[in-house]
Design a protein around this ligand. Structure first.
Ligand SMILES: Cc1ncc(COP(=O)(O)O)c(C=O)c1O
Length: 382
């Protein structure tokens, strides 16, 4: 670096590397702005603002929990009692609180061998053990799960049965029943992250619907509404367990929701306006995935038309990391498969990218063309 102008280095390094590693919902300002502004105005118009902000909100108010129960009933076959609902400030913190409370230090958590990366990272920070299991096109394999229950006596299983991360699998109804039955047979708690379920219109009920008495069902708004909305609804197996896990015991965490935001989300749910936003995100996601399907045809990519990410498997001779490096030379960053690998499991060779970050379908097309060009170039290299 000696002798080089730091400004030039800075501008070269920040020069147009466009990060598509995250799986964000696409922006829908034409709908989101008017709906969220309306909801915030409803909050500001209240005549009890001081008391709304006077203390921690913990699980939200009774009205917030009732709205949460209504929101999750779109997925659960039976609407939960509002007292089973815990409202948190993100899915991530809900999962962390649950894993720490249920699995704990030294306990074992069964996961897909590739999964939401934070689950593996938290294991090393907080001292629980992850047991990574093989997956097929649908997700976790039942026989592997049964074996793991027998040999490792896990406390819980973490699963994203709709739109596995990163491989995009969606578990069939039969698979969900099987996994839920095995969990029940071995007394393993289900921690179900249904965060990608707001967009698909055709999918089986969650695992939790098949074993509600042992399930913690988690439905966050980050992926189906807006990345910054954060509000997340957790359904506990019972009202008593909701209280015991989150309040009054868990003070030393940051799971509590912020009153202004959760009140606005409550109004969006009560008024039905949240559906306008979800539907706009879904339409935009479909457009984006249709374009991706056209440009990546013949590559063996995996995606769902209402999914936010795309998985591109690669042959062994084209390492995912090399693909990522080559693509960065064109100014676009995506993620190698290793990022999602848990424990000592061999990572799958491939790359993942999110479709939501570019501002428009045209902007995304330009990035996908680069991905296709990199694919052709590396597949041609011998
Ligand atoms: C599977 C999964 N769960 C949870 C999260 C985090 O959600 P939140 O922003 O609500 O913490 C993500 C975000 O990338 C995710 O992919």
């Amino acid at each position: 670096m000696h002798g080089q102008n730091p400004e030039i280095i800075q501008s070269a390094s920040s020069l147009a590397i466009f990060d598509m590693t995250g799986n964000l919902p696409p922006p829908v300002p034409h709908v989101f702005e008017s709906e969220y502004r309306w909801a915030m105005q409803e909050v500001l118009n209240r005549d009890d603002l001081a008391s709304l902000f006077a203390s921690h909100s913990f699980n939200g108010t009774e009205r917030d929990r009732a709205a949460g129960a209504e929101f999750v009933s779109r997925r659960l076959t039976e609407a939960p009692d509002p007292d089973q609902i815990v409202i948190t400030s993100s899915t991530q913190v809900a999962l962390l609180s649950l894993i720490l409370g249920i699995v704990g230090v030294g306990g074992r958590l069964v996961v897909d061998h590739v999964t939401y990366p934070s689950i593996g990272q938290f294991a090393s920070f907080f001292g629980y053990e992850v047991i990574p299991l093989p997956i097929d096109a649908e997700g976790m394999e039942p026989e592997a799960f049964r074996d793991a229950c027998r040999t490792h006596s896990p406390k819980a299983v973490y699963s994203t049965p709709t739109l596995q991360n990163p491989t995009t699998g969606i578990m069939s109804l039969e698979r969900r029943q099987e996994i839920a039955n095995i969990a029940r047979e071995y007394g393993v708690t289900i921690i179900e992250d249904d965060i990608y379920s707001l967009l698909p219109t055709d999918q089986p009920p969650p695992l939790s619907a098949f074993a509600p008495e042992i399930s913690w069902y988690v439905l966050g708004t980050t992926k189906g509404v807006a990345a910054g909305l954060k509000t997340c609804y957790v359904v506990a197996p019972s009202a008593q367990e909701a209280k015991a896990r989150f309040w009054p015991g868990v003070r030393a965490t940051y799971w509590m929701c912020a009153p202004a935001n959760v009140t606005a989300v409550t109004r969006l749910i009560e008024s039905g306006r949240i559906e306008q936003i979800i539907s706009a995100v879904r339409d935009e996601t479909r457009k984006r995935q249709a374009m991706v399907a056209e440009f990546l045809a013949g590559t063996g990519f995996r995606a769902k038309r209402e999914g936010l990410h795309v998985w591109l498997p690669l042959p062994a001779r084209v390492a995912g990391r090399r693909f990522v490096k080559e693509l960065e030379l064109l100014g676009t960053r995506i993620a190698p498969g290793e990022l999602y690998a848990v424990g000592d499991a061999a990572p799958p060779n491939g790359v993942r990218f999110g479709t939501g970050k570019p501002a428009s379908v045209d902007d995304l097309r330009m990035r996908v063309e680069q991905i296709r060009a990199t694919y052709e170039q590396l597949m041609g290299d011998r």
